[in-house]
Write a protein that binds this ligand. Structure first.
Ligand code: PEP
Ligand code: MG
Length: 577
């Protein structure tokens, strides 16, 4: 039956296709006695083969996307499935107890787990428990006739429907077949949305119950620009969606002609248009979309894609690859910003009732300096290969910045003594805590640059969780309170002679761009997919004329809607997100 689901427009574009539910299926096992022993043993071996073949496919994709090291875990899973001892134990169980293969497997797996749990001090054994769970689940699935969903196994075009999107899901994404994402939870600036935009795939998040409403294989139209999903659409709706898709392709072809252009307004004011990335695998999209720099690399994805802390060398290799590929263009790499909606499960941190207000980002780095120092060393070593800038996230007080900078200076001087080659590095901060925005003039005396993190600045200023769809109405980038803070930061930076960037999503928002250009923002950094649209928009704007728009918005507007109306009057045809 046709249904319309409403959600949050997380990543632009319209697609239609078959739904692929990335939802863990019910794998409850029923214990049955068997009569035909040979056929049960046969069933077990067929399931083993199917499970190994799945994991081979997942491994091949992970190797392609992430490199052989990261795919090693899958080799371990295959080895476990081919372990003669495990196979013999399940076979013996089937034969001795005359029970179905899935129950025999469950008994053996429980026995193994109890043994492994006895070795709790051994982290290696703890990891084996996780591996054992993964392979048992996949094998049980095949015995029950269910293939566990996994994006790496997708071999035809689909729209993915899932509760939430996590970085490890996107590792296996084959963009050739994944048309877009629909999730139950999340907001426009939650990290699942940012991941979708990094992949340049349309997405609707925060639908509340898409995973319940959309059947596997059902036809859907996903409208990531309007934020809705039509399930089992009518013929007319499908035709309209196909027209939208064609229009999008035509738009992209037009925008592609701007790829090698500089970014200048109609009256000749030049700005830097940069892209945000999560991992080195986003680099091709940065180049393809003509970004002039990387304005934010979110290093936490490097930590979240692994099941243990990446070593200094592993980090160095990734940072060097990014810096070197972009050289001589600048790359801003942000130190670890975990916490909030990006926990690191393997760090086993304390439970926090309010993680967005907790030990997040720089607070965590200062509290766990070994992790911070290792990241800084990796960054400093990578600085020899291009134009690197380092930025600290979530700075609230000058003391925090000074402490972080002192640790940076200390690591730098140790590497200098060890004669490790390094480049010149500017050290800046993200302004995303309202206290730092209010005191931007003082910070500007000590930092080399500032980058406004509006995703958090809006959340903290409006006291609205950026991932909670119920308070999404408060998440207002054009609210005069936000505009005043942003304007204040830009002025403070310029008064001190340092550049001011913005790397929150607001930097690529078509209503915000005219205001930011009028305020004199130096660098706009956004998801790669938004770069060319923003370049086109800026080329149509008259920066000097926009100053009076900014003044009216700052001094006369009381609501977001008033600001939107003012911008639309000044820049006809500009659309709200
Ligand atoms: C921000 O807060 O605006 C930002 C760019 O950082 P993140 O979205 O990673 O918190
Ligand atoms: Mg932030």
């Amino acid at each position: 039956m046709r249904a319309m689901l409403k959600g949050i427009a997380a990543s632009d574009g319209v697609v239609c296709g078959q739904a692929y539910r990335l939802v863990e299926p019910n794998l409850n096992v029923e214990r049955r006695s068997i009569t035909n022993l040979d056929s049960e043993l046969n069933r077990f071996h067929q399931a083993l083969e199917a499970a190994v073949s799945d994991i081979e496919t997942i491994k091949t994709r992970a190797t392609k996307n992430l490199g052989a090291d990261s795919a090693q875990v899958f080799s371990a899973h295959i080895a476990m499935l081919q372990d003669p001892e495990l196979i013999a134990a399940v076979e013996a169980n089937i034969k001795d107890k005359r029970i179905n293969a899935e129950s025999a497997l469950a008994d053996v797996a429980t026995g193994y787990e109890t043994t492994l749990q006895g070795l709790t001090d051994n982290p290696y054994m703890q990891e084996r428990i996780t591996d054992l769970h993964d392979v048992t689940k996949r094998l049980t699935g095949h015995l029950l006739g269910i293939t566990l969903p996994d994006l790496a196994l997708v071999d035809h075009p689909v729209v993915v429907v899932t509760h939430d999107l996590v970085p490890s899901d996107t590792v296996s994404v084959n963009t050739k077949y994944i048309l877009g994402f629909i999730t139950d939870v999340g907001g426009r600036t939650s990290h699942s949305s940012i991941l979708a935009r990094n992949l340049n795939l349309p997405a609707v998040v925060g639908t509340q119950n898409a995973t319940e409403q959309i059947p596997d294989g059902g036809t859907v139209i996903l409208n990531g620009t309007r934020g809705n999903v039509i399930v089992q659409p009518t013929v007319d709706e499908l035709a309209a969606a196909r027209r939208d898709m064609q229009e999008r392709v035509a738009n992209q072809q037009r925008l592609a002609t701007l790829r090698h252009h500089e970014t200048t307004s109609k009256d000749g004011v030049g700005v830097m248009l940069a892209a945000n990335i999560g991992t080195a695998s986003d680099l091709p999209s940065v180049i393809e979309n003509g970004a002039e720099a990387i304005g934010l690399m979110r290093t936490e994805f490097l930590y979240m894609d692994a099941d243990q802390l990446p070593t200094e060398d592993e980090q160095f290799n990734v940072y060097r690859q990014v810096v070197q590929s972009m050289a001589p263009r600048p790359v801003v790499i942000r130190t670890l910003d975990i916490g909030g909606d990006k926990p690191l499960p393997y760090l086993k941190t304390k439970h926090e009732d309010n993680p967005f207000m907790g030990e997040r980002a720089i607070r965590q780095s200062l509290a766990h300096q070994d992790i911070f120092r290792s990241q800084l060393r990796a960054l400093l070593r990578a600085s020899a290969f291009g134009h690197l800038r380092i930025m600290f996230p979530m700075i609230a007080t000058l003391d925090e910045f000074r402490q972080a900078k002192a640790i940076y200076d200390d690591e730098r001087s140790k590497l200098t003594t060890a004669q490790v080659p390094m480049g010149k590095v500017k050290v800046g901060m993200m302004v995303e805590v309202p206290a730092a925005a209010m005191l931007a003039d003082r910070f500007a005396q000590e930092v080399d640059f500032m980058s406004v993190g509006t995703n958090d600045l809006i959340g903290y200023t409006m006291a609205a969780d950026r991932t909670n769809q119920d308070v999404a109405y408060l998440y207002q980038p054009y609210h005069p309170a936000i505009l005043r803070l942003v304007d204040r930061i830009i002025h403070a930076g310029h008064a001190a002679g340092i550049p001011v960037a913005m790397c929150g999503e607001m930097a690529g928002d078509p209503i915000a761009v005219p205001l930011l250009l009028g305020m004199g923002l130096d660098e706009f950094s956004m998801s790669a997919g938004a770069v060319l649209k923003t370049r086109e928009l800026i080329s149509q704007l008259n920066a000097h004329d926009l100053q009076s728009l900014v003044e009216t918005a700052l001094n006369s507007a009381s609501t977001s809607q008033e600001v939107i109306t003012m911008v639309q009057a000044a820049v006809p045809g500009v659309l709200q997100k």
